[in-house]
Design a protein around this ligand. Sequence first.
Ligand code: HEC
Length: 157
Amino acid sequence: MNIAPKDDPEPPAVKQFLETGVNPYNEKAECLPLGNFLYLSSCSGCHGHVAEGKVGPGLNDAYWTYPKNRTDKGLFETIYGGAQGMMGPHSDKSINEILNIMAWIRHLYAEDPKKARWLTPEQREVFKPYVEDKSVEHGTAELAQAVPADQCGTMRH
Ligand code: HEC
């Protein structure tokens, strides 16, 4: 896939992902607020605020229309290049932004961790299916901007 890097400066995680196809932000707690905010502003309108599904399919279970989305590389390609119908390409987003959104989607996974093939065996051991806690504030721009930029990169917009 031909990707023009748009991140400036490119965070190390982007380089690592392009080399390995594995998203370094998966379950990296300090970065999740960035993906949470970006997901709520760009994806939740169609996929539901905890990815439970709306006009677009749920992204929080073990079923994928496109089985390649079980891998981070496949999920990236789907989001960057788009799928069918209303699911247009998101190539306006930086690679770093998409990786952060992907980590948030993976974090919203609500089923058996054993089926979460995108996690490393160590991550699978400790992963807890997502349960929404409405008493905790999350998904705000302030929280997104407060993530450590040297570890999570920044937003383009
Ligand atoms: C305008 C509505 C809309 C928006 C906004 C949208 N999607 Fe979608 N998305 C869809 C629809 C409809 C499908 C089903 C398309 C298909 O099956 O080809 C879909 C499919 C997908 C799939 C494939 C799911 C599977 O089961 O394989 C992924 C992953 C996905 N979207 C992620 C995202 C992300 C991440 C964002 C935000 C950056 C986003 N979408 C924004 C409507 C939307």
